[in-house]
Unconditional design. Structure first.
Length: 304
C-alpha cells in the first residue's frame, strides 16, 4: 500500500472533494449510518498509507465518535499515518476549571485525539491560556493555521474601501487583526471587552483610532451566541462608524441571529467555510493545501 488519500465525514464532503481535486488526491466518503437507538455505524473506503481525514468538529459529539470509528477502520485496513484535518476544532475553549467541579474539556479531547491520529491541522483554534496548539496534543504534530491569508485574498477579490478600519473585539484579536490590516494596507484597532456571562459582554473603543465616518470591518475568530458582535456593533455605531461589515472564521451561531445582527447595524456577515453555515463564503482551500503539501511530498520521497 502506498500514496495519500483524503476521506471526509459527510457534512465536509463538498469542501473535502474540492480540496482533494486541488491536491490531485483520491477522495473517499466516510459513510455514517445511524441506528434507531442512536448508535452509529461507520464505513470507510480504501485506505492509503497516509490517510487524511477531513472532519470539521462543530456539533462535535457524534462526529468525535464517527472519527474514532473511522480511524479504527483505516488503521486496520492499512493506514500507517493518519492526519486529522479539522478546520474547526471542538472543545478548545474550556482550558481551565472556571467553577468547582467542572471538567476541563481541552485536557480530555487533546490526548484522545493524540492517541488516534499522527497529526492535527486546524484553523484559528480557540485557545486562551494554552500558548501553542502543540501543548494540546502530546506526542504528535499539530498545526494551528491562520485564516487571515484567506480573508485577505477574498477581500482583494471583492474590493474594499481604502479608508476601512479593521477592528477586533478584544486584545486577543490583536495579532490577526494587525496581520490582516498590514496585508491590505489598512488601519486597525481593537476594543476592550469585559465578559459578564455567556451572552453578555461590554465593549469599549475608548482610546482607539477614530471610527467616525469610516467603514469598519469587524473580525472575529468564533461567534457562537452573537453577543460580542452585537455589543461591538452598538459601540461602533455610537462612535460614528459609517458601515459595519463582519468576517468570522468559525460561524457557530444559529442562522436566525441574522435579524438581530442587522438590527444592530451590521450590514453583512461573511464566514470561512470551516463549518457549514449560511454565511460561509470564504474558502480555506489554499491554506489547507499548503499545510498538506508536506504529506504529499513526504510520501513521494519515501516511494522513490
Amino acid at each position: 500500500m502506498s500514496g495519500v488519500a483524503l476521506h471526509a465525514l459527510p457534512d465536509g464532503a463538498n469542501d473535502a472533494r474540492r480540496l482533494a481535486a486541488q491536491l490531485g488526491l483520491p477522495y473517499q466518503d466516510v459513510a455514517v449510518h445511524r441506528f434507531p437507538d442512536g448508535e452509529i455505524r461507520v464505513t470507510i473506503g480504501p485506505a492509503a498509507a497516509t490517510t487524511i481525514v477531513y472532519a470539521s468538529l462543530d456539533q462535535p459529539n457524534d462526529k468525535l465518535i464517527a472519527l474514532l470509528f473511522a480511524a479504527e477502520a483505516l488503521r486496520r485496513n492499512g493506514a500507517k499515518r493518519l492526519v486529522l484535518l479539522a478546520p474547526y476544532l471542538c472543545y478548545m475553549r474550556q482550558d481551565t476549571a472556571f467553577h468547582q467541579g467542572e471538567a476541563i474539556s481541552q485536557r480530555a479531547i487533546g490526548p484522545l485525539l493524540a492517541r488516534t491520529v499522527d497529526r492535527v491541522i486546524t484553523v484559528d483554534a480557540h485557545l486562551h491560556r494554552t500558548p501553542v496548539i502543540g501543548a494540546v496534543f502530546p506526542g504528535i504534530e499539530a498545526d494551528n493555521l491562520s485564516a487571515v491569508p484567506a480573508f485577505a485574498e477574498a477581500l482583494r477579490a471583492s474590493g474594499f474601501d481604502p479608508s476601512t478600519l479593521v477592528v477586533g473585539p478584544d486584545a486577543e484579536s490583536q495579532a490577526w487583526v494587525g496581520d490582516l490590516a498590514d496585508r491590505l494596507g489598512l488601519a486597525s484597532a481593537v476594543a476592550h471587552k469585559t465578559r459578564h456571562g455567556d451572552r453578555t459582554v461590554e465593549i469599549d473603543f475608548a482610546g482607539t483610532v477614530s471610527t467616525a465616518g469610516r467603514p469598519v470591518l469587524l473580525i472575529d475568530d468564533i461567534v457562537s451566541s452573537g453577543g460580542t458582535l452585537i455589543a461591538c456593533a452598538g459601540a461602533l455605531k455610537a462612535a460614528g462608524a459609517r458601515t459595519i461589515d463582519v468576517i468570522i472564521t468559525h460561524a457557530l451561531y444559529p442562522p436566525q441571529m441574522a435579524a438581530a445582527f442587522a438590527a444592530a447595524g451590521i450590514r453583512s456577515v461573511r464566514s470561512s467555510c470551516s463549518v457549514p453555515h449560511p454565511t460561509s463564503a470564504i474558502r480555506l482551500d489554499n491554506i489547507l493545501a499548503t499545510a498538506l503539501q508536506r504529506e504529499i511530498s513526504g510520501t513521494a520521497s519515501r516511494e522513490t
